[in-house]
Design a binder for this molecule. Structure first.
Ligand SMILES: *[C@@H]1O[C@H](CO)[C@@H](O)[C@H](O)[C@H]1NC(C)=O
Ligand SMILES: *[C@@H]1O[C@H](CO)[C@@H](O)[C@H](O)[C@H]1NC(C)=O
Ligand SMILES: *[C@@H]1O[C@H](CO)[C@@H](O)[C@H](O)[C@H]1NC(C)=O
Ligand SMILES: *[C@@H]1O[C@H](CO)[C@@H](O)[C@H](O)[C@H]1NC(C)=O
Ligand SMILES: *[C@@H]1O[C@H](CO)[C@@H](O)[C@H](O)[C@H]1NC(C)=O
Ligand SMILES: *[C@@H]1O[C@H](CO)[C@@H](O)[C@H](O)[C@H]1NC(C)=O
Ligand SMILES: *[C@@H]1O[C@H](CO)[C@@H](O)[C@H](O)[C@H]1NC(C)=O
Ligand SMILES: *[C@@H]1O[C@H](CO)[C@@H](O)[C@H](O)[C@H]1NC(C)=O
Ligand SMILES: *[C@@H]1O[C@H](CO)[C@@H](O)[C@H](O)[C@H]1NC(C)=O
Ligand SMILES: *[C@@H]1O[C@H](CO)[C@@H](O)[C@H](O)[C@H]1NC(C)=O
Ligand SMILES: *[C@@H]1O[C@H](CO)[C@@H](O)[C@H](O)[C@H]1NC(C)=O
Length: 427
């Protein structure tokens, strides 16, 4: 398919507003021969000094508490790029290289764990599996667990999406409709059927009910208790320095850039969109979805308000900064993308793989187009993750990385640490 056609499609998709969803492509698309040299070029391209001002220092320790079907994967690519180029350590599961860690439990007690060590820590030296710089995985929010693992100065952020859109997206993606045990001629019919008796189905699929609240650490037993939910929301407000909003993704990145003292190059991205999965519902049905997911509605309503408060606090340069950012994104799409090709995701669904143009800004384009899959592999392998044959041979070393104790971890952390993070220097 030609890029011009693609472009029109992409615009249509934007207008219908289902935003930024990314199918994780099969890892095997990328051969080792293509990603190794790229890693070197990525480093040379973005480890050049930032626009560091005298006023603030870029935040390099942070946890992105991911939520499902909210565009969090687009942000993940931004974060992976940032962390990889700066040799930062990520929280990663030992046995996965694709980044889909939904609701896996982290084991982090005694002499046992299922996560990879930070850079510079020996495999199996569990006492020093501490002080991670970045969390960028689906790990439901748990105040004490995150603080046990993360660098003590970490900032915490998350992202939320308008609850009816998020629910509809999850309904399809996680096949929530299967709980209905019936065939439907279209998704709208399935949604309508579900909403006739949602209480019958809500516990039969993890993504069927107040999924965003669940990701942010409230347990299901509290979902009908408005007081408890508001209490939790208030706790989150204290812990999360920024809650991005999917519907205002670019605006969110502008806020993030300022909060983290990052550069424009740090936040650039190219959207990768899911196709053809927009479920149409009328106002009546949408209302039902919102009422059913009243916890998520409460959560979103609260953080949509604090979001706009932060925009106002940003000051009068906000609009200008946003305009400049969007111009940059448009230019990058023009410079980087030759065409988009529809590819089967292996389960009947379709994702778009971009083919990049040759020449201008080539390295930057490499970083932006589908680079997350390569990034993921690179990040994993740097922490000893992907090369299982290496690990089997020698459990004590990580490929290519000189072994040294992580002294900060040794000094700062104990297993039962309840240290709260202090804010990094931010103006
Ligand atoms: C990251 O680590 C590599 C390998 O140890 C080193 O060559 C590079 O300079 C480091 N980059 C930064 C930004 O620290
Ligand atoms: C891990 O801890 C258990 C229980 O404390 C112990 O039985 C086991 O030997 C320990 N394993 C290692 C490798 O230290
Ligand atoms: C990343 O984490 C390690 C281990 O906690 C720490 O020593 C290092 O200073 C952190 N990096 C940055 C840039 O803060
Ligand atoms: C949160 O994590 C701690 C371990 O740090 C664990 O003891 C606790 O049960 C977890 N809470 C929930 C709700 O999972
Ligand atoms: C869904 O299918 C039903 C027939 O089963 C039809 O009446 C309805 O118009 C369809 N809705 C959409 C949105 O296509
Ligand atoms: C709802 O939550 C509040 C605050 O945690 C608690 O005091 C109250 O007992 C809960 N109500 C019910 C019905 O569980
Ligand atoms: C909304 O759609 C449902 C079917 O999805 C239908 O039963 C209902 O009559 C519609 N309501 C309005 C106001 O159009
Ligand atoms: C979010 O807040 C904005 C600004 O107040 C408002 O226009 C918008 O309707 C809100 N979105 C939702 C879904 O409530
Ligand atoms: C994986 O490890 C083995 C054993 O050390 C080594 O021979 C091989 O080259 C490594 N593969 C990669 C892709 O690094
Ligand atoms: C780390 O702590 C242990 C136990 O407190 C101590 O024996 C060891 O010497 C420390 N290692 C370093 C590198 O500080
Ligand atoms: C950790 O727990 C032990 C025993 O429960 C206690 O003695 C110790 O003071 C605790 N350490 C910290 C830093 O809280």
């Amino acid at each position: 398919m030609r890029w011009s056609t693609m472009f029109i499609m992409v615009i249509c998709v934007m207008v219908t507003g289902f935003g930024f969803q990314l199918w994780l492509a099969p890892n095997k698309i990328f051969k080792a021969t293509t990603w190794v040299p790229l890693s070197k070029r990525i480093i040379s391209r973005i480890s050049s000094p930032n626009e560091i001002t005298n006023r603030c220092k870029p935040v390099q320790n942070f946890a992105f508490v991911k939520t499902h079907k909210t565009g969090s994967t687009t942000l993940k690519t931004v974060i992976n790029r940032f962390g990889y180029a700066r040799n930062l350590s990520f929280i990663l599961y030992e046995d996965s290289s694709t980044g889909h860690f939904n609701y896996k439990k982290i084991v982090a007690s005694g002499n046992k764990t299922n996560i990879l060590p930070p850079i510079g820590v020996m495999f199996g030296d569990f006492d020093h599996y501490r002080g991670y710089n970045i969390s960028n995985v689906h790990l439901p929010y748990n105040h004490s667990l995150y603080r046990q693992l993360m660098h003590p100065k970490s900032l915490y952020i998350s992202i939320l999406r308008e609850p009816s859109s998020q629910w509809l997206s999850a309904f399809r993606y996680f096949r929530v409709y299967k709980v209905l045990k019936r065939q439907f001629s279209n998704m709208t019919d399935a949604v309508e059927e579900f909403m006739k008796a949602p209480d019958r189905y809500k516990n039969k699929n993890a993504y069927a009910w107040n999924n965003q609240l669940l990701d942010l650490g409230l347990e299901k037993v509290h979902f009908s208790n408005k007081t408890k939910i508001m209490k939790h929301v208030k706790l989150l407000e204290k812990d999360l320095k920024l809650v991005l909003i999917t519907e205002y993704f670019d605006e969110s990145l502008i806020l993030l850039k300022k909060l983290f003292c990052w550069s424009m190059d740090d936040i650039i991205y190219i959207k990768q969109r899911e196709q053809g999965s927009h479920i149409t519902v009328n106002d009546t049905l949408r209302r039902k979805i919102l009422d059913f997911n009243s916890g998520d509605s409460q959560l979103y309503g609260f953080f949509n308000k604090t979001f706009w408060k932060k925009v106002r606090q940003y000051g009068p340069s906000f609009d200008n900064d946003l305009r400049e950012f969007r111009t940059r994104l448009k230019d990058l799409e023009k410079q980087c993308i030759h065409e988009g090709i529809e590819k089967p995701a292996g389960d009947g669904r379709i994702y778009i793989q971009y083919v990049k143009k040759q020449g201008v800004e080539e390295v930057l384009c490499d970083m932006l187009i589908n680079v997350d899959f390569q990034m993921e592999t690179l990040i994993q392998s740097r922490q000893g993750g992907t090369n299982s044959s290496y690990r089997a041979e020698n459990k004590k070393e990580q490929s290519g990385i000189p072994i040294q104790k992580n002294t900060l971890a040794n000094q700062t952390f104990t297993k039962n640490s309840t240290t709260y993070p202090q804010d990094t220097e931010i103006n």
